[in-house]
Design a protein around this ligand. Sequence first.
Ligand code: HEC
Length: 149
Amino acid sequence: MMRTALVVGALLLSAGAVIAQQDLVKQNQDTMKANAKNLGAMIAMVKGEKPYDQAAVTAGLAQLEETAKKLPTMFPDSIKGMNPDGGKYEVSPKIWEDKADFKAKIEEFAKVVTEAKPKITDLDTLKVSAPAIGKACGNCHETFRIKKS
Ligand code: HEC
């Protein structure tokens, strides 16, 4: 009886771990989608497709800064090889193979966002900083994100 309870308990624990991992993969995808939404809104302002909106820019930058803080713990070894559902992209295994480079890309992104934050006060300054942020996103994606074929 005791033994069965232990076995069942262990099974439940490992099932729980798998669910937690899938949640993390989903959360990561949601974080990336939020990044795209916020940076996308800034780029639309740069292109004149939307009026300049300081409140939206400030909120967007706060979310990007949040992402920069989360990135170092977003891809633990426990989700190695797991990919988000339904998206067009996969995680490159290089994230776990070249941790130093991944860390460098995160730091670069964090630096660009932190530096841009106090500088963006109007459309002209947004025009300078938004593309620089986009470049830092692309820099990481180039090596660590794979487009599904
Ligand atoms: C340090 C690395 C890194 C940085 C910086 C980064 N990303 Fe990503 N991004 C990834 C990885 C890895 C994936 C694939 C896994 C995933 O979607 O969780 C991804 C996926 C995405 C996706 C696809 C999500 C989907 O629908 O499946 C979008 C969109 C995206 N990123 C936008 C951005 C934007 C915009 C920025 C910058 C503001 C950014 N990312 C910064 C690593 C990064």
